[in-house]
Design a protein around this ligand. Structure first.
Ligand code: GLN
Length: 503
């Protein structure tokens, strides 16, 4: 094949197809990697999905896979498949910033478990993707390094905080990416870029080496262009890790088998009445209703479900998250990691810490540190943090009650399609409202997927549907997601992402 048609061809192929072609020797891991690197060179100037492209490291990993194959060694399940990594995971020797100026120049001395698992699967890590600073945001505009642009319309946001990972996948710069989801940062970017994103069950994927935002909520997961691709990556990442005390020592549900099953006959699907009413864009609701109708025609039974405490989820989240974040971010003190400001020989430690944090943190991070410090301060702790924890329990009980009636719950992933860059930047509350449907899952610790269900008629932009499942029932997401994806692909003749305007 010629270099040009090959480039088009390989970057358009799914992770599943690439893994099969590499294993069969039809193409080398090096060719696949080089063509994705060329694609990044060609389009990332207008997307800015990457903060760092690891040309040398990626080529060396690809060559190692090819050498292993030539020697007849056993290959990992995603051997030679390129993956983009959200810049919140440590990777030994590779710049890691969490989207913050405070970590500029820091090269971690160790690999996160997510990186180790990618290496075990023989994946090729292309580089680090852009994100809102310390994963605080829904648009990637809070990155200390400039925003990422949505490949469907570069004047629009790619979602956040993992907008870089979602945009890299949507722009065919990488077939797979890793995100993290504390309140929706995998699912909302997936929704607005027409890609698939999964937040696994809390404790399903190790947090070791993940720079913490809110430790009781953070979870890493896959970004992909299809449900099966997401399943393969999910399977490679998941499983117990003794280095993370919250990692679950349970058998990982077989998400790949579930994606193959794709059969919803007899399943009860709950429609959460609190998550689809006013405040949702009409085109989002229209596509959502059509998707429910498709699942019904496939043999699922829709059931209206009420989760009354979801109404308080956003308020509880914005007390719990800042409280945990203010404590987690105390480690960025100008002494141990990244930049140091004001160390002129006369300044004392407190002055250097203060100058470093003032210079290194952006406005949103400072806002949340102040909110969290206030919510945890003596005299206010019970009224704010304590109350929010009680609401969290009530939300978990709403889920338990719902899941005693139905197998999965459905809602639109985000209230609107991708909005314009700058539109919500000066209005924190408007920005926070993007996550109204995704946050309940993080508070309860269960699993959820966003998958593309079409374009909103009024603006021609992608709409995402959220599937929620009980803790450790991640396989249900893939079963329902794959059934819906297959039906939609049969209807359209292709996957939605193939309609993304070519860049
Ligand atoms: N947008 C949410 C927030 O700003 C979610 C962030 C996340 O999941 N990391 O907190």
């Amino acid at each position: 094949m010629s270099a040009t048609t090959g480039a088009m061809h390989l970057t358009r192929r799914s992770a599943t197809e690439l893994a099969t072609a590499i294993a069969a020797g039809e193409v080398t891991a090096r060719e696949v990697t080089d063509e994705h690197l060329a694609r990044i060179d060609a389009v990332d100037g207008s997307i800015h999905a990457f903060l760092h492209v690891d040309y040398e490291g990626a080529r060396a990993q690809a060559d190692a896979v090819d050498a292993k194959r030539a020697a007849g060694g056993p290959l990992g399940p995603l051997a030679g498949v390129p993956v983009a990594l959200k810049d919140v995971f440590t990777q030994k020797g590779v710049p890691t910033t969490a989207g913050s100026r405070i970590l500029e120049g820091w090269r971690p001395p160790y690999d996160s478990t997510v990186v180790s698992r990618l290496r075990d699967a023989d994946c090729v890590i292309l580089g680090k993707t852009n994100m809102d600073e310390f994963a605080m945001g829904s648009s990637t505009e809070h990155s200390g390094y400039g925003p990422t642009h949505n490949p469907w319309d570069t004047d629009r946001i790619p979602g956040g905080s993992g907008g870089g990972s979602a945009a890299a996948v949507a722009a065919f710069e990488a077939p797979l990416a890793i995100g993290t989801d504390t309140g929706g940062s995998i699912r909302q970017p997936a929704s607005v870029t027409g890609t698939v994103g999964v937040k696994p069950t809390y404790g399903g994927v190790s947090r070791f080496g993940l720079i913490a935002l809110a430790s009781s909520l953070d979870q890493a997961g896959p970004c992909a262009r299809s449900v099966m691709d997401a399943a393969l990556l999910h399977q490679a990442l998941a499983g117990h890790d003794p280095k993370d005390s919250t990692s679950l020592d349970l058998e990982v549900p077989d998400v790949v088998a579930a994606a193959k099953r794709a059969d919803v006959r007899g399943m009860r699907i709950g429609l959460v009445s609190q998550l689809s009413g006013d405040g949702y864009q009409p085109g989002v609701r229209q596509r959502f209703d059509e998707a429910v109708e498709i699942l019904t025609n496939l043999g699922a039974e829709p059931v209206e479900v009420s989760c009354p405490n979801f109404e308080y989820a956003l308020a509880a989240y914005y007390l719990i998250l800042p409280s945990e974040a203010s404590s987690n971010l105390a480690r960025f003190d100008g002494m141990r990691f990244g930049i140091r400001v004001g160390d002129d020989g006369d300044a004392n430690v407190e002055e250097v810490m203060s100058a470093t944090r003032a210079a290194g943190f952006g406005d949103e991070v400072k806002r949340r540190i102040m909110l969290g410090t206030y919510a945890l301060s003596s005299g206010y702790y019970d009224a704010y943090y304590g109350q929010a924890q009680k609401v969290r329990t009530l939300i978990a009980r709403d889920f338990d009650a719902a899941f005693s009636e139905v197998d999965v719950l459905l809602s639109p992933t985000a209230p609107t399609t991708a909005f314009k860059l700058g539109e919500k930047l000066d209005d924190p509350l408007a920005m926070y409202l993007n996550d109204v449907a995704t946050i309940p899952v993080n508070l309860a610790g269960n699993a959820a997927m966003s998958l593309p269900i079409g374009l909103a008629p009024e603006d021609g932009l992608p709409v995402g549907l959220q599937i929620m499942a009980p803790s450790m029932a991640d396989d249900r997401l893939y079963n329902v997601g794959a059934a819906l994806e297959t039906a939609l692909r049969d209807k359209w003749g292709h996957l939605l992402i193939e309609e993304a305007p070519a860049l």
